[in-house]
Ligand binder design. Structure first.
Ligand code: GLN
Ligand code: ZN
Length: 763
């Protein structure tokens, strides 16, 4: 029996890679130093896995930016706009990732999108109809050799050709990217041969799409392609799937001529029986039982029963013990969490980060042997104690939360009256013009604002001093909005570091880490809050800020909250109850906040839910169940207020195509959406669906520093008014303004207000 890790985090234990990349981009360190930093991280990762007892150690899982982009470079799928950069590989690579504006070089970056249902973003390959591929880069081979030089035998990791093509997109029509497979395969043939020649015993090929919904054609293609791939190499092939189960693709996956198949048994434990029942005699099964997506300690006893079941069916020699997916999605090492006031010792005991997961995988192998070592038995005993301590902990369950959840009734998810009636009373009470203008919530988080926060955290500013500075910033923000004539104001969110962390810090049931960083994209990392117990709201969280802001102006100031689904989605969540149960607890806490805001005189309350769409399960068959509870949770958070109180929601990067009925069921009085980059095309689905409530389609893209002018926004507004009844339209940017500077923000909003004034005259 062997242990197997699918991939390891690559940002460095203390985000060394992030720091090195940013220093390199800023011209502060040389290319040599950057490359050296990468090498150090790879070495540390390999050695760490080796000493932890991992047999199949991944290589080529390291990346300076993104592993999909690495594959794009490997197969030479370099879009033509980068042609002039081809002679400097590193410059080319970062230009593809981030764009380049230097001297006479001015090229935009490739697009980025979410990696399946994770918060990791990959660079989307771009293909043209007559796409050519060639082995442009041999990173996979080089890193294999590099490890071998260090005395570590590794298992190179490649994205499989079908998944690689499916991850990309077509530029210019007339073909489907999957049609490029015959052109792509020769490059894989070359690569696999090189790896074999270098002596790679195992090669891992990731085909995550095998765990997704596939049409018959693609299934057929899997058979064809893997029959070919088998011919390319004598190295052993380990085919991996993750993030969901094989389900209806089980037959195809089992029939592929590979040496081993990996299953994600955390996401889909129930697939094991079906797979074991028909598992071919010539294959090894990799059991993904240590969670690569969450940070809880493994239940070793429980995992052992899974291992024993597999061993009973297949024998020890044909079983691998593995992480469920790459460990890219969890932080490095729990041991660097040293500050008890951040992460308490009691909770720390329940957690396992990447390094601890290596030990779990190794312990499971040891414990499955006929005579487990004493060391392994001690690990098991300690694990049992830790889990028992967690079960018995007073921190997790709260009778009051349970009682509250039990009282939830259908009523609670309903506003008092239907939208039309609410709209009537809201119009009376708010007295807004047609095409009302507003923003999405945040105003620029300047260096100063961030400095105040860090000084306060270090103790150099008292809470009072900090709050006074923020109040002044809020006052300036309100004054300016009033002065330029926005209709519905916001307080600016200066007190918030992050839209989820801010609430997590004020809610019970959440904790944080010092160094629990996870790569989000490129050098950008996030530190998700950890939801460990029942969630409740000890005190109001935003009321003081909203009341203060409202006291400065007669115009309505929107209360600003993050919705329950988004808070859930952007945190590490409990694994001892369904996500829906945790979400409901958060929804009730937000509901109380909404009601308190109303009581305090706030007339408009926005509950942001940018993550509803990304929370969709990977398999369509599970969409309805998810959308049912997710939308219910939103409705519960919004459902406690009077008809007069106007509820807004905001969603960015959302495609609404297949989920329109659920968006409508959210029944927000106003929804603001990202729309400018799609030239209002997103509105078509609202039109086709006859979406009845009010809509604020973003009229300019806040992700770019470019300042749009009145005319271009007017064009968009006219277009919007041609699709949606003008009576229902709001005028606002695409998203919050926190990443912009004040100059850009002011100029753009002034133009936006002019555009609104103009369109009002036309209707
Ligand atoms: N209210 C938030 C802001 O303006 C919304 C951010 C988001 O949608 N991601 O920053
Ligand atoms: Zn947004």
């Amino acid at each position: 029996m062997y242990t197997n890790i699918l991939g390891y985090p690559r940002i460095g234990k203390l985000r060394e890679l992030k720091k090195a990349c940013e220093a390199y981009w800023g011209g502060k360190i040389s290319k040599e130093i950057l490359l050296c930093q990468g090498k150090l991280i790879r070495e540390e990762n390999w050695k760490m896995q080796e000493t932890s007892g991992i047999d199949l150690i991944p290589s080529n899982d390291f990346s300076f930016y993104d592993h999909v982009l690495d594959m794009t470079l490997t197969v030479g799928a370099i879009p033509a706009r980068y042609d002039s950069l081809r002679n400097d590989k590193l410059e080319l690579y970062f230009a593809m990732a981030r764009g380049i504006q230097k001297g006479d070089k001015d090229v935009i970056a490739m697009e980025m999108t979410k990696w399946f249902d994770t918060n990791y973003h990959y660079i989307v390959p771009e293909f043209v109809k007559d796409q050519e591929f060639s082995l442009f880069d041999t990173k996979a081979v080089d890193e294999y050799k590099e490890a071998r030089k260090l005395g570590v035998q590794t298992k190179p990791v490649l994205i499989g050709p079908i998944s690689y093509l499916l991850l990309g997109k077509e530029k210019g029509g007339g073909f489907h990217r999957i049609d490029l497979i015959e052109r792509l395969l020769p490059v894989y043939a070359q690569l696999l041969k090189l790896l074999e020649d270098e002596g790679a015993e195992w090669i891992q090929i990731d085909e995550p799409f095998l765990a997704l919904d596939l049409d018959e054609q693609t299934r057929e293609l899997y058979r064809k392609v893997y029959a070919q791939i088998r011919e390319y190499t004598k190295s052993k092939l380990l085919l991996t799937t993750y993030f969901d189960g094989l389900k209806d693709n089980t037959q195809i996956a089992l029939a592929l001529p590979v040496d081993a198949l990996h299953l994600d048994l955390v996401r889909c434990p129930e697939q094991l029986d079906a797979v074991l029942a028909e598992f071919p005699a010539d294959k090894t099964l990799s059991l993904g039982i240590v969670d690569g997506r969450n940070i809880w300690k493994n239940d070793l006893e429980q995992s052992l029963s899974v291992v024993r079941k597999a061993v009973k069916a297949l024998g020890t020699d044909r079983v691998l013990i593995a992480s469920s997916s790459s460990l890219l999605h969890v932080p490095y090492d729990l041991e660097v969490e040293t500050r008890e006031e951040v992460l308490s010792a009691e909770i720390k005991r329940w957690l396992a980060f990447a390094r601890q997961k290596l030990q779990e995988v190794a312990a499971l192998k040891d414990l499955s042997a006929d005579h487990p070592s004493e060391q392994a038995q001690r690990v098991l005993a300690a694990n049992k104690q830790d889990l028992a301590a967690k079960k018995a902990s007073k921190l997790i369950h709260h009778a009051e939360v349970a009682r509250r959840v039990a009282t939830v009734q259908e009523q609670d998810a309903k506003r008092k009256s239907v939208f039309k009636e609410r709209q009537r009373v809201q119009r009376d009470s708010l007295g807004l013009p047609s095409f009302p203008t507003t923003t999405i919530g945040s105003f620029p988080q300047t260096k100063e604002v961030r400095l105040w926060r860090s000084e306060m955290k270090k103790g150099n500013l008292s809470a009072d001093e900090y709050n006074n500075l923020l109040k002044e910033e809020t006052r300036r923000c309100i004054d300016w909005q009033e002065e330029v004539g926005l209709d519905v104001l916001v307080h600016g969110e200066f007190e918030r570091n992050d839209m989820v962390e801010y609430f997590g810090e004020l809610l019970d049931g959440f904790t944080f880490t010092q160094n629990g960083w996870v790569q989000s994209y490129g050098s950008r990392c996030v530190k998700p809050p950890v939801i460990y117990g029942d969630v409740s709201r000890p005190l109001p969280m935003t009321v003081d800020w909203s009341v203060f802001a409202q006291s400065l102006t007669p115009k309505p100031v929107k209360g600003m909250l993050t919705g329950p689904v988004t808070i859930l989605q952007w945190s590490f969540v409990r694994n001892d109850q369904p996500r829906s149960a945790t979400c409901l607890q958060i929804a009730l806490a937000i509901r109380d906040e909404v009601c308190d805001l109303e009581k305090a005189g706030i007339k408009i309350i926005q509950i942001d839910e940018p993550a509803i769409r990304e929370g969709l399960p990977l398999r369509r068959g599970s969409w309805n169940e998810y959308l049912q509870w997710a939308v219910d949770c939103f409705r519960i958070s919004a459902g406690g207020v009077r008809n007069e109180t106007q509820i807004h929601t905001h969603m960015c990067y959302s495609e609404f195509n297949d989920i329109m009925e659920h968006i409508a069921r959210m029944d927000a009085d106003v929804i603001t959406i990202e729309c400018s980059r799609s030239q209002m095309e997103l509105l078509d689905v609202f039109h086709d669906f006859e979406y009845p409530n009010e809509i604020g389609p973003g009229v300019y893209d806040i992700h770019s520093a470019r300042v749009p002018d009145k005319e271009e926004m007017l064009v968009l507004l006219r277009k919007a008014a041609g699709i949606i009844h003008p009576d229902l339209l709001w005028v606002n940017p695409d998203c919050g303004l926190k990443t912009r500077n004040w100059n850009e923000t002011k100029e753009a909003l002034i133009e936006m207000i002019r555009a609104a004034e103009e369109i009002r005259k036309e209707y």
